[in-house]
Design a protein around this ligand. Sequence first.
Ligand SMILES: Cc1cc2nc3c(=O)[nH]c(=O)nc-3n(C[C@H](O)[C@H](O)[C@H](O)COP(=O)(O)OP(=O)(O)OC[C@H]3O[C@@H](n4cnc5c(N)ncnc54)[C@H](O)[C@@H]3O)c2cc1C
Length: 480
Amino acid sequence: MEESFDAVVIGAGIAGLYTALNLDPALRILLLAKGEMGGSNSARAQGGLAAVLDSQEDSQDSHMNDSLISGGFKNNTEALKILVSEAPKAVKSLLEYGVEFDCNPDGSLAVSLEGGHSHPRVLHCKDATGWSIVSKLSEAAALSRNITIWEEAMAADIKPAKNGFCLTVLYRGEFLPVTAGSCVLATGGVGRVYEYTSNSSAATGDGILLAERLGAKLRHMDWIQFHPTAFADHQRECFLLSETMRGDGARLLNAKGEEFLSAYDARAELAPRDVVCKAMLDEGIRLRDNHFFLDFTAASPAFIRERYPNIQAKLAAEGFDLSADKIPVYPCQHYLMGGIDTDIHGESSVKGLFAVGECAHTGVHGSNRLAGNSMLEDLVFARQIAEEISERGYSAPVKAGTFVPPSGTEPMPVGLRTEIRQIMQKAYFIKPDPHAVVEGFERVRDIRSQLDKGNFACTRALIEARALAHVAYAILKEVL
Ligand SMILES: Cc1cc2nc3c(=O)[nH]c(=O)nc-3n(C[C@H](O)[C@H](O)[C@H](O)COP(=O)(O)OP(=O)(O)OC[C@H]3O[C@@H](n4cnc5c(N)ncnc54)[C@H](O)[C@@H]3O)c2cc1C
């Protein structure tokens, strides 16, 4: 039986949840999460959300300027202006949803300083800001009568239909047809295309392939951000030591235990992420030693307990004491600034197809995102999209053709996902390796074609592998 909605939102991170919650309550909305509701990058966000709330000490112009400097002045200034000016509204709304940001003793909202910011303006819920936001928005979505939530439901395909779209959704082991007047992709990042990433296992770039198949334009797929301070325990999903720690006085040390960032950039510990990561690569070459450490021993144990309880607990489980030990760190893939190209209303080049959050390219970040601007982008552009869709209404019934579920039968070849990850790690980690890019691109093109043309049984693994191959291809093609 075909299920029919006014709008379908694919993805239940902050971007998807906030879009669904802001749509006109008269619209019937389906919200899909590939795994469980907390299985997103949003739920992992630690440091916080950037917003200028106090115009005496700080200014929106300064937030804008910091974003431009961080983004190499490649930002879309129209979109950035919206981001910065709508930030107070987004924060107010989160407070109304019950998000408990940390406060100063006088009750005002506490703000931290982070790399690339010239003023403290990052609001936080200890070191689990994303989780605090996701849980409150998820509660609100579950209580909304117009929002139907399907967990463990994967969008496998989207086809254009008269008045909208027809989706194939893999839900509880079955392929179901779903129609919707408008479709919002909020599928998050692409980190799983790398061997080492901070991203959740859901970050396989599915939305990017879905958009590409519909003919939507992608932009700047090579604008990948790496995070300088992942805990160096060589796990595939890297645990981050939040950058707010360096804003709070932590120092990055080289293999000899020396502070080195000031030799590369006057902003030293507060330089933007791309600058810090490149300095680490160069310092590793200079010393012929790639070991780095984060030293937070100057902070008091009471401060660490209060501000970074989750990071402290995670490190303690690994045998490190954040207040006494130097913690081994190394960069990992973290964020995609490029993606599905959208206008300021979040609409892609395909009418009725919207994209929001990490899978979208609004242009606000330029080539390097300023810390704390990602969750802000989720919220601000989710609202832009919700307003646009609500205004259009989309009440006309969607006319879909006959539903044909995927029919492949053969098992997918093993090892292709691992191979893609190895290629990407070698070809383009912080700086491209020209030889490995050329070699990797050719192999990725073959893998992509093998996965697209093969008569493979359609499973979650196949859908993700195809997305990874297309994402890797798009990234390397831009780097070539
Ligand atoms: C460790 C970590 C720390 C971070 N810290 C910060 C920070 O301090 N401040 C900040 O601003 N940003 C931070 N970020 C970045 C920020 O959290 C994310 O970029 C942002 O929240 C992404 O939100 P999203 O809703 O676009 O995607 P996500 O939150 O990743 O959500 C994606 C959703 O899409 C679903 N999905 C994917 N594919 C499909 C499919 N085919 N079918 C159905 N559903 C699908 C997933 O299940 C998931 O629900 C951090 C990120 C990480 C990983």
